[in-house]
Ligand binder design. Structure first.
Ligand code: FES
Length: 168
């Protein structure tokens, strides 16, 4: 009898351990940055592994960069970048009020800044509180399925000329 109990305990323990490992792996995949290559002020980020409504944070010249793949049915915006059929938000992850790093609330599709309660929608547009403007868009150039941060492509020039972002 005790052998059977031991066996059941071991089986349940193994099952729980496998579940925990699976959860850890899923969490790690979510936290993993996208594949990127950095060189002399430029960062090339392959956007193809990004998942809809899952925020990825990269780094460019010491600044956090937020990358958020937009759901296919999200309203279109001049602030999104089109790469290989996908629609992405690529912005500097610093609040335009006093520079705190906002958190992304996936369930509300909203960025929330804990410092003074500022809010931005999923395209980085300020919607509430003290932030005076949308999240800034870093200079970028599209190359295949990647964006090269630090290079200035025609899509970025157009956004700049339209006043959609300040120069950072
Ligand atoms: Fe974000 Fe003030 S720094 S609301």
């Amino acid at each position: 009898m005790s052998n059977r109990r031991d066996f059941m305990g071991m089986a349940l323990g193994s099952f729980a351990a496998l579940g925990a490992l699976g959860a850890l792996y899923a969490a790690k995949r979510t936290w993993d940055p996208l594949p990127s290559v950095k060189s002399a002020g430029f960062t090339t980020i392959d956007l193809s592994p990004a998942q809809e409504n899952v925020l990825v944070t990269e780094k460019w010249r010491g600044k956090p960069i937020f990358i958020l793949k937009q759901p296919a049915n999200a309203p279109k915006s001049d602030r999104e970048i089109h790469v290989a059929g996908g629609r992405y938000l690529v912005v500097v992850g610093l609040c335009t009020h006093l520079g705190c790093i906002p958190a992304y609330l996936a369930d509300k599709k909203q960025f929330k800044c804990a410092c003074h309660g500022g809010e931005f929608d999923s395209l980085g547009v300020n919607t509430f509180g003290p932030p005076p403007r949308p999240l800034d868009i870093p200079p970028f150039k599209i190359s295949g399925t990647s964006v090269i941060l630090g290079e200035t492509g025609p899509e970025y020039e157009k956004m700049l000329a339209a006043g959609l972002t300040l120069k950072v």
